[in-house]
Design a protein around this ligand. Sequence first.
Ligand code: ARG
Length: 567
Amino acid sequence: MNVRQLLDERLGEAFGRVTKEWAPALVSPASRPEYGDYQANGAMAVAKRLKTNPRKLAEDVVGASDLTGIVAETEIAGPGFINLTLSQEFLKGTLARAQLVTPAAKPERIVIDYSSPNLAKSLHVGHLRSTVIGDATARTLELLGHTLYRQNHIGDWGTPFGMLVAYLEGQDQSSNDLGDFDHFYALASERFENDPAFAETARKFVVDLQSGKEAALTQWKQFIELSSSHMQRIYDQLNISLNPDHTRGESAYNNDLAQVVTDLDQAGLLSLSDGAKCVFLKEFTGKEGKPLPMLVQKSDGGYLYHTTDLAALRYRHKVLNADRILYFTDGRQNLHFRMLFAVAHASEFVPKSTKLEHHPFGKLLDSTGRPFRSRDGSTIPLAQLVEQAHERARAVVRSKSSNLDEIEFDEVVHAIAIGAIKYADLSKNRLNDYTFDWDSMLAFEGNTAPYLQYAFARIQSLFARGNFDPESYRKDITLENQNERELAVQICRFQETLELVGREAMPHHLCAYLYELTSRFMRFYETCPVLDAPEKDRESRLALCVHTAKTLETGLDCLGIATLTRM
Ligand code: ARG
């Protein structure tokens, strides 16, 4: 159990004993050191309901609570806050535990649908947020002991592929690695617009593909492989944990679509509207209360995005046996997912006990508040963004670091470049729009990846200077100095932070945590000598450094960001 939960539970029991009914203690980390380490706000709300004095209630609750071995000091503050200061024994005991992270008591089977680009276009900045945020959430949940099924629901089916494959056909195959995929796409569309014979070939190809003609399928597969390998190269560069085994694109569900429609009909949910098959649910209405349909089959027989997603949901429930399914897309798909989940439940394709969650995110903007695009208004390919990040990181590292050899220099540049891009995105509340800004993401001060990476490298160089093996740190530590103590408290909050990220799919909590950890470490480091301290303090402080480094490394790993031993 994490510290926050433990306090919540102990105080919650005391609330129960005092008020004879269940009442939440509402414990959260204290916002200032004067308020102790944690603060419980429950007394105010409960007192209001029971019409008693909140301060008196808070006092009675503290009197009735069993916090021995956990809390050293309690204080009633203001209108009835309960301020809690953790005891030395508790902090030491928590730090002495061998395991940095406690796995979930009830591990779940979790499906995460993220990245999921349409392969008819190259990966561009529009795919960055889903990829980066989804990946950090997946890694965090995995660390907490859950079984993860990453699902890259790529768009690999539909009319654009006719055009692309037809174009690829006419090309010199050997020279085509789709390195410049956007250029390729632009050329193909241009030809499609201007060359009627080509457009006809492309259309015929789509028909062949949809009717399952062998030759067309083979060509399409070749194309998907080519463009998947382009996608994989970018994932590898960005240190994204997706691999080809996680790909299960729209085409994987082709054979299930007719059945989905039949089963919706069986469930009595299907209606006809202008020849198209759709589902109306009373909770979805548009303008003037007009019912809003979810279209599953067009009048020409073609299926839609919704239909494929219903089939995918069935697969995730029936085959993957998911307890929880998370989707990461931008906020514009809100309605799609609300309808999808409602229809999946109404049709009993998926039981209510399976948690279905859409985790949307805001837009990516440039410094003028417009959508982040290149000068000519086109989207920026991710490959190009990664290249730019390296260029900028090179300049920063050159100005900050000396005495790195060539190999080290490239390693540092790569880790900083990728870390900066990812962290800048991850550290913001995903629900808001986010402004892309090279200078702030590459800064060595503030809530940035380089700041955290630098702190980690600094600890490593301290170990090296002291000829200290971090595996042999002392288990029992002393926390006499205030800065030592605050650092220890923050280290003990790692578990609750990871659980919060896992629950809400909000990695910015972890970033805020790591930033606070690093800031506390820096204060400790500036005020408490480590290598030059007397023997007893030295061992204990080195142990605190070990805990900090492990926590930083594990936390950054959850974000998919590399640490460095030298910078
Ligand atoms: N391919 C879609 C797009 O680029 C995102 C897919 C999200 N996942 C899903 N199961 N619908 O917008």
